[in-house]
Design a protein around this ligand. Sequence first.
Ligand code: C2E
Ligand code: CA
Ligand code: CA
Length: 539
Amino acid sequence: MDLIPSKLRQFVAHVGVIPILFFLSAIVTWPILAEMELFERFYYYSRAHEDWDLDELGMLVINLSIALIFSAIYQSRRLKKLVHEREYQRKRAEKNARHDPLTGLMNRRAFETKLEVAGQHLSDADECFIAMVDLDKFKPVNDLYGHAAGDATLRAAAQRLQAEVGEAGAIARLGGDEFAVIFERGLDATQVERIARRLLHTMTQPFDHDGAQIHIGCSIGLMNWSADISGTEALRRADKSLYDAKTQGRNRFAWYDAELDRQSHERAEIQADLKLAIAKDEIEAWFQPIIQIETKTLIGFEVLARWTHHKRGPIEPSVFIEIAEDSGQIGALGLSVLRQACRAASNWDPSLTISFNVSPLQFHDPNLVDQIKEILTQSDFDAHRLTIEVTESSIISDFGVARTKLDALKALGVAVALDDFGTGYSSLASLRQLPFDRIKIDRSFVTNIAGEPQNQKIVTGIMSLAKGLALDVTAEGIESREDLDYLEGLSCSLGQGFLFERAVPAKHVAWLVDEQWSDWAKGPTEITEKVAVLQSKAS
Ligand code: C2E
Ligand code: CA
Ligand code: CA
């Protein structure tokens, strides 16, 4: 409870305590002084004791009192100014804590609070939308024109945003060149889209700064906020849709897509699990037979990575290999698979070879050759039994570097193959300049070759090219007897494909080795029978 009314407190603060006390004491003491006729007494007393100089002393007291009053007034004014200044600073700090000082818009904190409040008042009937706006090509503005220009552009962009959104929504600058809008005023999706379209248009109009024309643009993520999610989740979804708009090519808007979100979520989870799986050698080396076509004998295997996730089950290699590449884990993955493959193959008949895939990123690792050498030594595996498969994307960036690396691999005794031949640039220069032992014709040209004249022409061309350059050829993706016969007619030396066998785990390799491959390669109808046999053998 307030004992002193606020008005009185304000008055005291305004005038100052000392003058008031002085004034009050004067009022209180005046009648007493008057009653006692103190002044008269003082007058006669001072007259009687002239030599004591009491009147001068009195004057001194009066002067001191006046000085005291002035000093008190001065002090009180100073105090008042200080209080004002403090109040101003407090208000400014409060405003800064809620507003972005550059654009004057709400800042992230204030926006989050706003979302929290909006979330509490959201009902099923309400339509609420969030737009996340991110400027495109903004970073070069700072680099090219300086930070003053960058600031001016941000301010101008904020103004355009405000002009387009108007009263329909509340805008915040979340940081950097990222803005967000919440539309709570009963707009529908079409109206929100219309605003987004106008915004895309207006942001591509050049900004003037000191005579320079600055060109930027923006991408927009939109989400329809239904009642069942939190403000934080709503913002995350808007952010995700912005990310989608950017990956779709910028300068566009995208609505939140739950399926896309699920996929990236899954990807993120797989990426996290992959690390552990690699460390525990859970990405297994499996082996697909490579057959000498003329004799139908098994000459070796292509090593293919397989992953059975403890919860998700088998994951496609194309999925986890790409994730491993994107997250910088492909090197570790490859080495783990190669180590397992060499360990397993060192127990097989020494005439059997293994062929191992190296991704572009792994190929460019300066330690690759040393790492392969170490694995060969550790597993006591003869380097001459190993082929490294590289794709054209590995060598295209720098022939000189690729040559050095391939030479170093060959110096170990390892053979090198150009994989997926025909799908990349397939520059003849790469075949001529680099020391490949073999090319692998991509399965897109091989599967169904017997029925596709176009592919026949391509493969015939590749065959004669390989012959001219004295290169061995492996055809991958042989699925039918007809295709096998066609390739045999072209004198293609090696083949692999589902007609022979899919990749199998190391423990199944032993009985594959004993098979009569000429009996097996009979045609697609036999594949089901083969699988049944394999399964009975496996169990
Ligand atoms: P790739 O090097 O072209 O491997 C051959 C792919 O063709 C394998 O797919 C194999 O299962 C498949 N294949 C074999 N025969 C046939 C057939 O007759 N018909 C059809 N339709 N497909 C056939 P997979 O195992 O899914 O591997 C996909 C890709 O993943 C591989 O393509 C390779 O680029 C990559 N990969 C697999 N294992 C590794 C690895 O250990 N390291 C690296 N860096 N990449 C790997
Ligand atoms: Ca391959
Ligand atoms: Ca291939």
